[in-house]
Design a binder for this molecule. Structure first.
Ligand code: FAE
Length: 532
């Protein structure tokens, strides 16, 4: 137990009367010691996604006590069905963050809306709505790693200068990308198994059609345990990828951060996590360090306590949207007035756009589809698009090919404080997706022409081809070398750092979490060497 929590389980039980407390808890063990009001901590990490998990592990290994604050749940306890997470096809209260109706990214099927009512709960997927875009994000200990597809892609080196122009590619490709890939447990599908398994028929159809149109097709690495997936296919273990689990959590085979960086961090004995705590303010403390204010939430999202702690150092790792919103608010409301004018700027959607294509009856994509994508079409150089061949794990034959394209969309949004609502707005407009649609069309118009096929119009509405209303990949808002120095130190405030996807200026050319992890590895190494 870290001293920095200010409370230990034994002390808590002794201090409140052990019999009474155990009776009230129904004899269940106390899951974790949450942070106490008035605590003093050496390092406080806001958020438990990729950036936060890297920071916590490396700081702890360097001998620093770390407390991680996470607004979502711990996701370590099974529900009444014996599972921690609910299935994509049967969303229940565990699916969405504080919604009374689901908000599925593919919200129509065969032209009919598929969203349904659910009880309001601190579920695992947040569909955060801004005026022109819905930003999907993971909520809980593990951040986006709980809900994502696990596609773990290192960008091509030739594209890196456009991704992070102020970072030395030699050190990234020589040291930090390899370190991130190892820490995340990245692996590749067995190519021989891929050729024969039913669950990747959809990917083989995607490959055949891409290659017939002359597009480079490539395997994409993932953090899923590929041996486990083989056992799922053989029917010897409980299924998750082959049970269609995606978006609302994965119960078995995916190596989320809880199984990798966070497990290692907790094993140091120096890292404590407070779930269901949401940071609302950070401001310089009179005696040095920073006063961090947070709301403790219950599972319907009500505030049940407000706590104020002091931290010597604060690492903002609340994700691109979470960190940007916090910093914009703290600058505008006078908590951190010296933050520079770059805070909130340079936000991008990683060029995300989705579409489906209708295949002929003689080209089925399979009723069993692994929810973990393993391949993509790389037309980045010629047409500005990298398209995941994505599953439609509905359990029935759809004769559809489905794609999430990552495109070189140049548009960038900005977060601003809105005094009228006491909230943070994002000025992204839906029309700004048009360059992404144009780039995706460089692939799919050609495939459709070659195959004699058409776009699906029933997945995102009635007669709507493009899923242009959303992103899974928010990036930017506290850009490296602009809002911060070249290692994430916030200007004007020694001891405050940004260490998540908000550092990356809007696009990574591929799925982003390996780059977020590698950049965090680079920055924390420098910070530990020079600031501690
Ligand atoms: P992130 O993982 O979002 O973690 C931030 C954490 O901070 C979250 O747990 C928040 O709940 C928490 N938080 C926010 N505000 C506060 C606050 N005020 N107080 C306390 N806690 C707070 O940030 N990327 C890939 O590379 N491959 C994929 O296959 C892929 N698939 C995806 C599929 C879906 C459906 C989604 C939503 C995302 C996907 N992503 C994928 C994106 C990836 O998960 C995302 O880029 C990273 O999770 C971002 O990492 P960060 O560390 O920036």
């Amino acid at each position: 137990m870290s001293e920095s929590t200010g409370i230990s389980r034994r002390g808590f039980i002794a201090g409140t009367g052990s019999m009474l407390t155990l009776a009230a808890l129904g004899s269940r063990p106390v899951a974790a010691a949450v942070i106490a009001d008035g605590a003093r901590v050496a390092a406080l990490v806001v958020g438990t996604g990729y950036g936060g998990s890297v920071a916590a592990l490396r700081l702890a290994q360097a001998g620093v006590d770390v407390h991680m604050i996470e607004m979502g749940m711990a996701w370590d306890t099974p529900g009444s069905d014996g599972k921690i997470f609910c299935n994509t096809l049967q969303p229940d209260n565990r699916s969405y963050w504080l919604r009374t109706r689901t908000k599925a990214p593919l919200n129509y099927f065969l032209g009919f809306p598929i969203d349904r009512d659910i009880p309001r709960y601190t579920g695992v997927l947040d569909a955060e709505e801004f005026a022109g875009i819905i930003v999907y994000q993971g909520r809980g200990v593990g951040g986006g790693s709980l809900v994502n597809g696990g596609m773990a892609v290192t960008p091509k080196r030739e594209n890196f200068a456009a991704i992070l122009p102020t970072v030395d590619p030699d050190e990234m490709y020589g040291v930090y990308y390899p370190r991130a890939n190892a820490g995340l447990g990245v692996g590749l599908v067995d190519p021989a198994w891929f050729e024969t398994t039913d669950c990747y028929q959809y990917a083989r159809v995607g490959r055949k059609q891409a290659q017939r149109s002359g597009f480079p097709w490539t395997f994409v690495p993932d953090v899923y345990d590929w041996d486990y997936m083989k056992q799922e296919a053989a029917g010897t273990v409980p299924k998750s990828a082959l049970a269609g689990e995606i978006l609302y959590g994965n119960n078995y085979g995916k190596k989320s951060l809880q199984k990798t960086y966070l497990a290692q961090a907790k094993a140091t004995g120096r890292v404590t996590v407070s779930p269901l705590h949401k940071v609302t303010s950070v401001t310089p403390a009179s005696g040095g360090g920073y006063t961090v204010v947070m709301d403790q939430l219950n599972t319907t999202g009500d505030t049940i306590a407000t706590k104020s702690v002091t931290a010597d150092r604060v690492f903002f790792a609340a994700g691109s949207v979470g960190t940007s919103k916090l910093l914009v608010k703290l600058k505008a409301t006078g908590a951190l007035p010296a933050l520079n004018g770059e805070v909130g700027k340079g936000w991008g959607d990683n060029g995300n756009v989705m579409c489906g294509r209708a295949n002929y009856l003689w080209d089925p994509t399979g009723k069993l589809q692994s929810s973990i994508p393993c391949s993509g079409i790389d037309n980045w150089t010629a047409g500005g698009a990298f398209a995941e061949v994505a599953p439609l794990p509905t359990g029935i034959e759809t004769y559809a090919s489905f794609y999430l394209s990552i495109t070189r969309n140049p548009n960038r949004g900005q977060f601003t404080w809105n005094p009228a609502t006491s909230g943070v707005d994002l000025n992204w407009q839906t029309a700004w997706k048009q360059p992404s649609i144009d780039m995706a069309k460089t692939i799919f118009d050609k495939i459709n022409a070659r195959e004699g096929t058409i776009y699906r119009t029933d997945l995102f509405g009635v007669y709507k081809i493009w899923g242009d209303h959303l992103t899974y990949h928010p990036l930017g808002g506290a850009v490296l070398g602009k809002a911060t120095d070249n290692y994430g130190r916030l200007s004007g405030y020694p001891g405050l750092y940004v260490i998540d996807g908000s550092l990356i200026p809007g696009n990574t050319s591929v799925n982003p979490f390996v780059t977020i992890t590698a950049l965090a590895e680079r920055n924390i190494e420098k910070i530990i060497a020079t600031d501690l």
